[in-house]
Write a protein that binds this ligand. Structure first.
Ligand code: XBP
Length: 268
């Protein structure tokens, strides 16, 4: 029987496909606004998503650019300016034309609330970007839908480090085996697993085929019970529901939570 009592939601790629037409386009507009001839095409951006956090992504990319400032302080200052501009432009895009929630997400959040499950946000994105996205979909009081909201600013180290998930569990006052993470990207899956939490993966645009070792279920999206591994039981049609999540959670082999020593991030 499943002990599942809480859902821990990733944001970018999981709640909404924010990366390609949201963050990526806003990064490119920020480069132009700062007079830089830089451009992140789709393929490059997909590779850069291995680096979580927009400012960290910028700093990583600058390491390979001869025209980036050589001085570390100047480089950090430029990254901070670009990130601030990107976030402003991202917010404009989220407001109009808007970025929809992925199909099935809103219904599952509502169903979990109706069943009394606790819910948290566990994201590496900035609080302002999260606020803009969820305000657009749930209104100014969006945070009332969640019992904990943990963002990039709340952690010393972003995913794949498990800190964001550990903080979410602590704020929910729940053990790891009472929660299920919903993720789309390998760094997020690794973070949840290292915190001892079972993970369901909804495939997203940039991680359609990425290996996600340890996920207890992998499928095309929460809007459909078709195409999941392992299959959703019972043969009925429709969206993934709470019973599907509970069944996958019950069958998951839960990882031992890693000790709180931080592993090295996947970039220099
Ligand atoms: C996704 C990310 C973020 C966004 C940009 O986070 O890696 O870095 O691409 O966000 P998650 P910021 O999947 O954990 O929601 O610019 O706000 O850092």
């Amino acid at each position: 029987m499943s002990r599942l009592r809480a859902l821990l939601w990733d944001v970018d790629g999981t709640l909404a496909e924010t990366e390609a037409e949201g963050h990526r386009v806003a990064f490119n507009a920020a480069f132009a606004a700062h007079g830089l001839p830089w451009h992140w095409d789709d393929a490059r951006y997909g590779r850069l998503l291995a680096v979580t956090g927009g400012r960290e992504r910028l700093l990583h990319d600058m390491q390979a650019r001869a025209d980036a400032p050589a001085d570390p302080a100047a480089r950090a200052a430029l990254a901070a300016q670009l990130h601030a501009t990107k976030n402003r432009l991202y917010a404009e895009r989220v407001r109009a034309p808007g970025i929809p929630l992925r199909p099935g997400v809103a219904a599952l959040i509502a169903a979990a609330a109706a069943r009394g499950w606790r819910q948290a946000i566990a994201t590496t994105t900035s609080r302002a970007n999260l606020d803009t996205l969820l305000r657009a979909h749930f209104g100014a009081d969006w945070a009332r839908r969640f019992d904990a909201v943990v963002c990039g600013e709340d952690v010393a180290r972003k995913k794949p480090d498990p800190e964001v998930y550990r903080i979410a569990l602590a704020r929910l006052r729940l053990p790891a085996d009472a929660a299920l993470a919903i993720e789309d990207a390998p760094p997020g899956v690794a973070a949840a697993r290292a915190a001892g939490i079972a993970v369901v993966v909804t495939r997203s645009r940039y991680f359609a085929d990425a290996p996600v070792p340890g996920a207890c279920a992998v499928g095309p999206g929460l809007h459909t019970r078709a195409g999941w591994t392992p299959p959703a039981a019972g043969g009925r049609e429709g969206a993934v529901d709470l019973d599907d999540l509970a069944a996958w959670h019950a069958a998951a082999s839960l990882p031992e939570p890693a000790t709180a020593t931080h592993g090295a991030p996947p970039w220099p």
